[in-house]
Design a binder for this molecule. Sequence first.
Ligand SMILES: C[S@@+](CC[C@H](N)C(=O)[O-])C[C@H]1O[C@@H](n2cnc3c(N)ncnc32)[C@H](O)[C@@H]1O
Length: 298
Amino acid sequence: MAILHFSSSSLISKITHSPRRRTIRSSQDSIKTHKNLITTDSFSSFSLCPCGRRHFLGAIPFLPISPSSASTSTDALKRLRPPKPDWYEEFFAWSMNTEMESYEKEISDYKTKLFDNLVGKKTEKVLEIGIGTGPNFKYYSTIPNVSVLGVDPNAKMESYARKSAIEAGLKSKDFTFIHALGESIPLEDASVDAVVGSLVLCSVTDVTRTLNEIKRILRPGGIYIFIEHVAAEDGSLLRLVQNVLDPLQQVVADGCHLTRHTGDYILEARFNGGADIKKAYLSSLAYISSHVYGVAYN
Ligand SMILES: C[S@@+](CC[C@H](N)C(=O)[O-])C[C@H]1O[C@@H](n2cnc3c(N)ncnc32)[C@H](O)[C@@H]1O
């Protein structure tokens, strides 16, 4: 994926919404949103995005996949994400596999802290939405007995993801690739301990529906950890650039939107235990530098 490079100022904001504990943390600036404060403290940052489709699920009988939701899932795949040419999916998977190295280096401290939330709890079954080429596998290695289900509509991601899983030391039986959409996950209610998503809500067709699916499949007490690129500040030069590039980005980066307010969507999904959301500006991926990351509690 073609990316402009520049350095941005280092900032992180923290958004906290919790029905039980409506906490607001502040340090320097604060900006009022419709139902939360977004506060900013100093830190350093990163950024990016992209996406595709494939065959099916019957191959994993040990999973709590209901046949009815599996067929619903196939329908959803066709309806929400019409098939793309093989060459496009292959090219996109290849570019994600080859072009993200510097981004992954820059983001690794953030991811390490985020994935720490999975350690020491009963986290044996994790679903990753939009698993792509599997850049997050290395963060699962500290979690005992973990098995990872990776949902992705781009079948060409599977071989890259399998390779990443093995390189990270996961046994092949502990990774299952599921050809499906975040909007229609073919798993039973309350069937996973955690959901992980990185750079995926920019690409799904329906963000709200995807978040509702995450809530549905998470067990009570389960957590959703995320790191997503988002729209830059309203009125900023970066936002203007994003507005101009957004239509092109969707074409070249498999449906990726540059101007989504993903943090707001996560808050509006109203996870039972609320959500802690931080905001980061990262330097390695230019017009995709604004991010949110954090944890939502089911
Ligand atoms: C930018 S890539 C990110 C991949 C990976 N999560 C990462 O951090 O590198 C976006 C991924 O989301 C997948 N995707 C696109 N639409 C999706 C949907 N509706 N549901 C689930 N995954 C989707 C794409 O196929 C692609 O693998």
